[in-house]
Design a protein around this ligand. Structure first.
Ligand SMILES: Cc1cc2nc3c(=O)[nH]c(=O)nc-3n(C[C@H](O)[C@H](O)[C@H](O)COP(=O)(O)OP(=O)(O)OC[C@H]3O[C@@H](n4cnc5c(N)ncnc54)[C@H](O)[C@@H]3O)c2cc1C
Length: 423
């Protein structure tokens, strides 16, 4: 009835004035087509949240892998504390919610035509596109470190075969060997990740190869939860972990996979096992879509996560420049829900409200020793900024049962977020 009245008026001469009075409501956009590229923590969460925001939306998830392999807790796999199977998640629950699944990589985005091209040359037209493709390694950034070198000196920063390769190398290393880990300059995926990894590898070495040593070469002078990590290392792994800061010559400037050496401005380190965490950028499709800037990451509006470079494209998760928010699965999940609500509001002709987002990053220093950092963020000055006075880190002088509790919270967080993301 409403539609036929509207059509009748649109046919008449007063159409333009009448349309201007409409609040651009759900009428036009109820069947809106939304394409989400990337089925990780950001994209899969956003897909589900969009379906819940308005079941009439036609949502398509583009993701080439039938199984997602999670990075959080992959350091425990590397240390032999966890089975790789516990890291893997399928998409059945999302499919069952009425989402269309496109099991191919997206290879092109035409922002003007609002069209995504898939590798099989199929196309998807959209009203709004959400890009959540995660990161790519910058293979051009560290001399000597290319894809072949990663087969010898794994990065293990994209979970899967790389994770298992690093695990096998640690198992094969004789007692008395040297493990060298390199950490990059900011920004990169999971700022506490290299330090959690060093801790858990140290745990493994202490238990099984106690004459071994771990050197952590860092392109920074400070890092996330530093006081907590360093206190734990003094307590649990004295003499085992050596952290070399930027000022002390920790920045790796080249590597040689043939000899398993890492070169800094000051020295050359020969490793029995080398784990290189290379510089990163937003994954390739973000560059192709024209939403990444010269930094390699994607500037966004902090209320809607809409790209600052292309209209109708939203970028969430690690690929985005999210101001003070770190690149974490927790943050990706939070951004996904805010973005879904913003996209729904925009398609309903409403103004999205300014959000508040939370992040908490747990790290394990040992299986029963957890530490955490939390932050609250809001749009300020065109960016996502810290809410002053909110958040913080675990107490520096907490007793053992507090650390054990935080380790249990970490496990509970992983169970909750993967259930919320993948069903
Ligand atoms: C060792 C390690 C430990 C970590 N620990 C934690 C932790 O304890 N807590 C925490 O919160 N975070 C942790 N993280 C960080 C976390 O893994 C990332 O922040 C999170 O995965 C980011 O989510 P995302 O959706 O942006 O990217 P991803 O989860 O990587 O998902 C991206 C998806 O996009 C898909 N994709 C890419 N390109 C295309 C394309 N062209 N077409 C279609 N699909 C595409 C990929 O296949 C992938 O499934 C850790 C990371 C590492 C490396």
């Amino acid at each position: 009835m409403v539609q036929s009245t509207r059509r009748a008026i649109l046919r008449g001469g007063a159409a333009a004035a009448w349309v201007a009075l409409l609040p651009a409501p759900a009428l036009a956009q109820a069947k809106a087509r939304i394409v989400v590229i990337g089925g990780g923590f950001a994209g899969a969460t956003c897909t589900r949240a969009l379906r819940h925001a308005d079941p009439r939306f036609e949502v398509t998830l583009v993701e080439p892998n039938p199984i997602f392999t999670a990075c959080p807790f992959s350091n425990a796999v590397i240390a032999g504390l966890r089975n790789m199977e516990a890291q893997r998640f399928g998409y059945d629950a999302i499919r069952n919610e009425g989402v269309t699944f496109a099991p191919e990589p997206a290879t092109a985005v035409d922002a003007q035509a609002r069209r995504v091209t898939l590798r099989g040359s199929g196309v998807l037209d959209y009203d709004r596109l959400v890009l959540a493709p995660g990161i790519a390694v910058r293979w051009d950034a560290l001399p000597g470190y290319d894809e072949a070198a990663a087969g010898v000196m794994p990065h293990a920063w994209l979970a899967g075969d790389q994770t298992l390769l690093l695990r096998r190398q640690l198992e094969a290393m004789p007692d008395g060997g040297t493990v060298v880990i390199s950490a990059p300059a900011n920004p990169f995926r999971c700022p506490p990740g290299p330090y959690e990894r060093a801790s858990l590898i140290a745990y493994y070495l202490k238990k099984t190869k106690p004459r071994s040593k771990l050197i952590l070469l860092d392109a920074k002078d400070s890092f996330s939860k530093q006081r907590l990590f360093e206190a734990a290392w003094r307590q649990l792994y004295p003499e085992l972990i050596e952290w070399v800061s930027l000022s002390n010559g920790g920045k790796v400037v080249s590597v040689d996979a043939k000899t398993r050496t890492l070169v800094t401005d000051f020295a050359t380190y020969k490793a029995d096992v080398a784990n290189v965490t290379p510089p990163q950028r937003a994954a390739g499709i973000a560059q192709i879509a024209g939403v990444a800037d010269a930094t390699g990451w994607c500037p966004i509006d902090p209320v809607t996560f809409e790209s600052r470079l292309q209209p109708n494209i939203h970028v969430i998760g690690d690929a985005a420049i999210a101001g003070a928010m770190p690149k974490s699965a927790f943050a990706a999940n939070a951004q996904a829900k805010v973005c879904a609500d913003a996209v729904a509001a925009l398609l309903h002709g409403e103004t999205p409200p300014a959000p508040k987002l939370i992040n908490t990053c747990y790290s394990l220093v040992a299986p029963d020793y957890g530490i955490s950092i939390a932050g609250v963020y809001h749009p300020a000055g065109g960016q996502l900024a810290d809410v002053e006075g909110a958040g913080g880190v675990s107490p520096i002088d907490a007793p053992a049962d507090f650390r054990a509790l935080e380790a249990a919270y970490a496990q509970a967080w992983f169970r909750t977020i993967t259930a919320e993301t993948f069903g």
